[in-house]
Design a protein around this ligand. Structure first.
Ligand SMILES: Cc1cc2nc3c(=O)[nH]c(=O)nc-3n(C[C@H](O)[C@H](O)[C@H](O)COP(=O)(O)OP(=O)(O)OC[C@H]3O[C@@H](n4cnc5c(N)ncnc54)[C@H](O)[C@@H]3O)c2cc1C
Length: 534
């Protein structure tokens, strides 16, 4: 058994862990980042197949006042382009160019639902209000990434004038915390319209988060070379600053009292501080608290209990398609980041009560009944379609285009089907239906020009990044969230009850996508540095 001692060990080489490791190695700490996969990045990752480059996780990035300040602070220059968004329903498509596109969105909805003018007007009013809140929220570079000891211009010209507006806005945001479905029900009586507005959000998404998407559409950018360029840049910085990165290494035990970890080969690593930037159920499953005080053991058991009562949020099914058709043909239809709903009927109960029944009564159902449900689900769903070649032409072979077509998918259904032994068959049924829905509607060229296709299910996500229930943004939205979910308390989100162990990433704060994972990665690094100084 060999031994290695580090001032901080970070487990999980996703975007959160990479951020922590970059900041701590820059501060001169002896840092080790441990990642179970061959490469870092987690859900921020690009890969190549048959000469087509695809993004395995997030399709484009939102700055949210976090990513660019972090890059600047770390001295990283990332070559990026805007990733403009189109929205489409049936055969109507609009392109989001700026705040004024809200008017076009309203016209699009009116065309689809002419009888719902008042409801649509009210909706647009709400979105406009939330966009204003977003302007405040992301109005300055996030102070966490600024040097508040020395950057007096930032403090006096930006931070201090912004703070009262921020405090006022946070109050408003916190009042918009109810599930978006319930909020919309209050003034949108047409259930199809409600679905079209909200069915591509996770179940029970807080209203503010869902309704802020119009602002986020304007914020998306794409690194030339794929989103994987972001983790690659962080990785380079870590090694440049002397941090060590160990890949292909899975941590299987945490011995909290003695402050050491064990990996799958029984190799031990000693730490002064540990940042856990991976699935939190896993942390509590593999942590031995024997030897710690009774009080800490009780707090840790309570947290573990809380985590195990909750589950990961919705997952995603992604279909990757290689097409023998140039990107220009696709550009004529929509931008390279496209939210498309082929039917204005909306999913209704198909992804709620019907799906719940399917899972509950799975053992009593025949395959054909599940496939009949799948027919409806794929026909009525909303798809996020990403075309990397429209953002960076270098990412596809000449004259060809790669598409990533994805939609929210329920982990439990895929799991039941795996247990029943027909996962491969079901996956290919999903792939064929999605291809047929999309080629019958917005991209007819997929019918004859598709060269190859393959997919990742929620189970692939669970398997790849070890994320409970294949979740991509941490915990499901339930009444009692097991972690901090208020922005003003985000500083505490990285604390655990176990001494010298901090948490970061999608499970540390809710909801957390890429920007919040980066923020918690930085906050955890700050806590470690503060603790070392004290
Ligand atoms: C299809 C898709 C679309 C998305 N769209 C958006 C979007 O539009 N906007 C947005 O903000 N976010 C989006 N996200 C979510 C975002 O990508 C994630 O929330 C974020 O990347 C999570 O980063 P993380 O570092 O917390 O976790 P992860 O990326 O899950 O990283 C955790 C890392 O820990 C490693 N690990 C796990 N267990 C161990 C262990 N025992 N030992 C060693 N290593 C371990 C894993 O392999 C992984 O690399 C999307 C994700 C997907 C998949």
């Amino acid at each position: 058994m060999s031994e290695n001692k580090y001032s901080t060990i970070i487990v999980g080489g996703g975007i959160a862990g990479l951020t922590s490791a970059a900041y701590l190695s820059r501060a001169g700490q002896k840092v080790l980042l441990i990642e179970k996969n061959m490469e870092c990045g987690g859900l921020v990752n690009s890969f190549t197949r048959d000469g087509f480059q695809f993004d395995a996780g997030v399709r484009a990035l939102e700055d949210a006042g976090i990513i660019f300040p972090m890059l600047k602070d770390l001295g990283i220059q990332l070559d990026v382009v805007k990733s403009p968004v189109s929205l489409g329903i049936e055969n109507e498509i609009i392109h989001i160019e700026g705040q004024e596109s809200l008017l076009r969105y309203s016209e699009l909805l009116l065309k689809m639902f002419p009888e719902c003018k008042e409801e649509i007007d009210e909706l647009i009013k709400v979105i406009r209000k939330i966009m204003k809140h977003m302007d405040v929220l992301y109005g300055i570079e996030n102070p966490v990434f600024k040097d508040l000891k020395h950057d007096r211009t930032f403090i006096f010209k930006k931070l201090l004038p912004w703070l009262p507006k921020f405090i006022f806005t946070v109050g408003k945001i916190n009042r918009l915390n109810m599930p978006v479905e319930n909020y919309l029900e209050k003034f949108v009586k047409n259930s199809s319209l409600r679905d079209i507005i909200s069915q591509h959000f996770f179940r029970n998404t807080p209203t503010f988060f869902a309704m802020s998407y119009f602002s986020l559409y304007l914020d998306y950018f794409y690194p030339r070379g794929g989103v994987g360029k972001l983790p690659e840049a962080l990785k380079n910085k870590i090694t440049e600053w002397g941090g060590e990165i160990l890949t292909n290494t899975k941590i299987t035990e945490v011995i909290a009292e003695k402050r050491f970890l064990k990996d799958h080969n029984n190799i031990t690593y000693r730490y002064d501080n540990l940042i856990w930037a991976a699935d939190l159920k896993t942390l509590y499953r593999i942590t031995e608290t024997e030897g710690l005080s009774q009080n800490i053991k009780a707090l840790s058991a309570e947290t573990k209990n809380k985590f195990f009562k909750n589950r990961g949020g919705d997952s995603v099914f992604s279909l990757f398609v290689e097409v023998d058709e140039p990107p220009e043909s696709f550009r004529k239809i929509a931008h390279g980041h496209f939210f498309y709903t082929p039917s204005k009927l909306g999913l209704g109960e198909v992804h709620r009560a019907e799906l719940d029944n399917l899972i509950l009564n799975f053992d009593k159902l025949r395959k054909d009944q599940i496939l009949t449900w799948l027919d409806k689900f794929t026909r009525l769903n909303t798809y996020e379609i990403s075309i990397p070649g429209l953002k960076d032409p270098e990412l596809v072979p000449p004259g060809k285009t790669g598409l990533i077509i994805s939609f929210l998918a329920e982990y439990d259904l895929f799991n039941k089907i795996r247990e029943a032994g027909w996962l491969d068959e079901f996956t290919s049924e999903v792939e064929n239906r999605v291809l047929s829905v999309i080629s019958d509607s917005v991209y007819p060229m997929l019918k004859d020009k598709t060269i190859a296709h393959f997919s990742f299910t929620p189970l692939s996500i669970e398997n790849r990044v070890g994320s409970s229930e294949g979740a991509i943004t941490g915990w499901s939205f339930q009444e009692s969230m097991p972690v901090i979910n208020k922005i003003q308390n985000s500083g505490r989100s990285v604390m655990t009850p176990i001494p010298s162990i901090y948490q970061a990433g999608q499970w540390a704060y809710s909801p957390a996508g890429v920007p919040m994972s980066i923020l918690t990665g930085k906050l955890a690094a700050d806590r470690v540095l503060k603790q070392m100084r004290s």
